[in-house]
Design a protein around this ligand. Structure first.
Ligand SMILES: [Mn+2]
Length: 302
């Protein structure tokens, strides 16, 4: 995907050529049959190129859902981290490959770069490999609501006023995510389900909660001023669906800890998916189906 820019001889090519090339996936895509279909899917804050990215769950998500349109709402690739330390496991390549493959199959894919992948913002208006790059987008739902879509760092007063603070915050966040991974590695050994440290921490820390709700309100108000019915963003890694003065606020969460996606059903109904829960549900459903099949076999034999 990225070499196309180099071929064009873009002077920005040097920056972009630092990014990895896309190879055949190490984990081939399973059959498309049985995928859950949605009208629209929004995901953001994947942070490819960092250890924090929950690539396994995202691959599972991509292999089990499909949509007419997919919005990548920023911080898909973490250029900040990747520049410091090159980290690009096969699973991260597999995600990029799957996204490009969807575009080839006819899914409309709109990529709105965030602050961690801001190096892609210079390509706003371009289209490569069937992926449209936009600074922001507007989406009309099946039931006629107009939604503005942007990453959301535009409203982050802390980011704008004190950029260094964002870097300190970034370091602290990665420290916490390291701890989160360690806790979950231990929990996995004991067959305990995935557990999100910062999901709990965020809800315990009053300041964080105040920050999040202030952020949500600011974003919703800005959307209201633009005359749209609602807004979809990411950035703060907190999935949410709520209303502020009649303006709908949607945040599609992240794939570092929450592992969420925002989806629009074919009737326009919106839903936040928590993929770790979906995987547990699927395993439970399979077990029930197996038990049922077993008892059917037994009663048929009797
Ligand atoms: Mn961001």
């Amino acid at each position: 995907m990225l070499d196309e820019f180099d071929k064009k001889g873009s002077h920005q090519g040097a920056i972009i050529s630092a990014f990895p090339q896309v190879h055949k996936p190490s984990r081939p895509e399973p059959s498309l049959e049985g995928r859950r279909k949605y009208r629209t899917i929004w995901i953001s804050d994947v942070h490819l190129g960092t250890k924090g990215c929950n690539a396994d769950l995202l691959i599972d998500f991509l292999d089990n859902v499909d949509s007419e349109t997919m919005y990548l709402v920023g911080d898909i690739i973490d250029g900040w981290r990747l520049k410091k330390k090159f980290y690009w496991p096969a699973a991260h390549n597999d995600i990029v490959w799957r996204i490009l493959k969807r575009a080839k199959r006819g899914t409309r894919i709109v990529y709105i770069p965030g602050n961690h992948d801001e190096m892609f913002r210079q390509f706003t208006g371009l289209n490569f490999g069937g992926v449209e790059i936009r600074r922001a987008a507007f989406h009309t739902t099946a039931d006629g609501r107009r939604l503005m879509i942007l990453h959301g760092d535009e409203f982050d007063a802390i980011m704008l006023a004190h950029r260094w603070l964002a870097f300190v915050g970034d370091a602290l966040y990665h420290l916490m995510m390291g701890l989160n991974r360690w806790v979950n590695a231990v929990r996995r050994k004991f067959d305990l389900p995935y557990w999100s440290l910062s999901k709990i921490a965020k809800h315990k820390v009053k300041n964080a909660v105040e920050f999040i709700s202030r952020y949500e309100e600011i974003v919703a108000r800005a959307a209201g001023e633009r005359g749209v019915d609602g807004v979809v963003c990411g950035h703060i890694h907190t999935a949410e669906m709520r209303e502020f003065n009649g303006i709908e606020y949607y945040n599609d969460g992240d794939w570092v800890e929450g592992c969420n996606a925002l989806v629009e059903h074919f009737d326009g109904r919106m839903e936040i998916l928590h993929w770790a829960d979906e995987v547990i549900k699927r395993a439970a459903d399979r077990e029930v189906a197996e038990v049922n099949a077993e008892s059917t076999r037994k009663s048929a034999a009797a």
